[in-house]
Design a protein around this ligand. Structure first.
Ligand code: 5AD
Ligand code: SF4
Length: 476
């Protein structure tokens, strides 16, 4: 038998090198950055927040909107100067570009910025050690879509890293998208829709729970299209996967994002109704309230279907907090189309939302036509929409006042003696620690809290008592 260490934690050599990872964009990228850090730890890299002391800098980029990818090139300009300053002091620096800009622009990045040593797409992170070794000798681009499951090839998250993260963590269950909305680069940068096996996900979730994680956010670009291989053969839906996860003792909360209206299967409504571990929160982007624009966006649903989904979800789980994404100024969007979006928002009532001006992305269908809504018009529409959404967010927050809610406490607040956590509806909640209650008995745990007041975008509450763990068979 070999006496090689089996746990990645015990296999970590003394860290001699430092890596700085800067992430842009979505939660998937934040999570990918953590997994890259886990892998690089095995290669002797410690992470650092200080870019000046890094031997390896990874920009984990986002390509979803124009501004996001422009930022990458200005950041690379700064890194180039840093690299030459460090070289003058006799220190070498490797610069890597990862994420979706890497995938979409590959060699173009090398051409535009000679200081870049490595370009690596999101599907190739498991190759990082070999790629870095190559990049010390020559400039390397890896933007392949390999057949292996990247997450199964990456080491499981390290227990120390998990413990440091607090009680809520991400777990990627699905990647890529086959929907091809006409404005969106995701099907090109993240590739075809794939689901990880439930066995791998459950094993990872158990490691997380053992490390103290109480809440898991299941991630996927099209997460409710999940259809992974089940532990006993067959395939599991997202609801089936959440059901299996909810049987893990110590895991108290399950969330998921991002969903598409076409994949709202019957069992998702049922699990929101029946399983108290599934949090009452749904992020379901609609993008527009105009049927004409939804068709041009190739969303494959109309406003009516969206409304019916929301009604059905509210019947199943009346307190559900709804969230969405919106794009204003899509090509051909008239004032009347925009009014349809405003009307849909008014009819629906969102607890939170993200809204963006349309920007044409290279390679997408809608970028082939004119970007014909004037910039000033886009700005005016965005402001009007955001003002309405902010009113709705405040109204939602006020509607929860007077309730006694479970709050999972994540960290110390900004003021001494203050702790911050999340309500079931994903609101930030602050409490003051009463005399005699040590912070350790609250942090990382779920307490019931009386919700008393709303400040700008958070709530103020009062601690009541530690909450008893929920079982998956208890009704909400
Ligand atoms: N322009 C503006 N917003 C976009 N999004 C995606 N692509 C674009 C684009 N080309 C928005 C959508 C999506 C969110 C993640 O980003 O609203 O749901
Ligand atoms: Fe992009 Fe549409 Fe897929 Fe969402 S569903 S990732 S917007 S193509």
């Amino acid at each position: 038998m070999s006496n090689r260490p089996t746990s990645p934690e015990t296999a970590i050599p003394d860290a001699t090198k430092r890596v700085h990872i800067k992430s842009f964009g979505c939660q998937m990228n934040v999570h990918d950055a953590e997994r890259m850090a886990d892998l690089l730890a095995l290669e002797g890299y410690a992470t650092t927040d200080r870019v000046e002391e890094a031997d390896l800098v990874i920009l984990n980029t986002c390509h979803i909107r124009e501004k996001a990818s422009e930022k990458v090139y200005s950041e690379l300009g700064r890194l180039r100067r840093l690299k030459s300053e460090r070289a003058e002091a006799g220190q070498s620096t490797l610069i890597a570009v990862a994420g979706c800009v890497a995938q979409a622009e590959g060699r173009e990045i090398m051409n535009r910025q000679p200081a870049v040593d490595l370009v690596v797409g999101p599907q190739s992170y498991q190759n990082l050690p070999g790629l870095l070794a190559d990049a010390r000798r020559r400039r390397v681009v890896d933007t392949e879509f390999p057949a292996v499951d990247k997450f199964d090839a990456l080491p499981p998250p390290g227990a120390r890293r998990l413990a440091a993260k607090g009680p809520s963590a991400f777990l990627t269950v699905q990647e890529g998208c086959d929907k091809f909305c006409s404005f969106c680069v995701v099907p090109f940068t993240r590739g075809a829709e794939t689901s990880r096996s439930a066995t791998a996900i459950l094993a990872e979730a158990r490691i997380m729970v053992e490390a103290g994680i109480r809440e898991i956010m299941l991630l996927g670009q099209n997460v409710n299209a999940y259809h992974g291989e089940g532990p006993e053969g067959g395939t599991l839906s997202l609801a089936g996967l959440m059901d299996a996860l909810s049987q893990i003792d110590g895991l108290d909360r399950i969330r998921y994002a991002t969903s598409h209206p076409l994949d709202m299967t019957d069992d998702l409504y049922a699990i929101h109704r029946d399983n108290p571990k599934v949090m009452p929160y749904l992020h379901l982007p609609v993008q527009s309230g105009s049927n004409r624009i939804l068709k041009a966006m190739n969303r494959k649903h109309d406003r009516d279907l969206y409304r019916r989904i929301i009604d059905r979800m509210r019947t199943a789980r009346p307190d559900i907090a709804l969230s969405s994404d919106f794009i204003v100024g899509f090509p051909g969007e008239t004032e009347a189309d925009f009014e349809d979006t405003m009307a849909l928002v008014r009819e629906t009532g969102f607890a939170s939302a993200f809204s963006f001006k349309y920007s044409p992305r290279p390679g997408t269908k809608s970028a082939e036509g004119a970007d014909d809504v004037p910039e000033a018009e886009k700005t005016a529409r965005l402001h009007a929409l955001q003002a309405l959404l902010l009113d709705q967010q405040n109204a939602f927050n006020r509607s929860t006042l007077g309730r006694r809610a479970d709050v999972l406490f994540e960290k110390a607040g900004r003021h001494p003696g203050q702790l911050t956590g999340k309500s079931p509806w994903l609101q930030a909640v602050h409490v003051d620690l009463p005399d005699g209650v040590p912070a350790e008995s609250v942090l990382g745990r779920i307490w019931s809290v009386d919700l008393l007041d709303v400040t700008s975008n958070s709530l103020q509450g009062r601690l009541v008592a530690e909450s008893q763990p929920k079982r998956e068979d208890q009704a909400a």
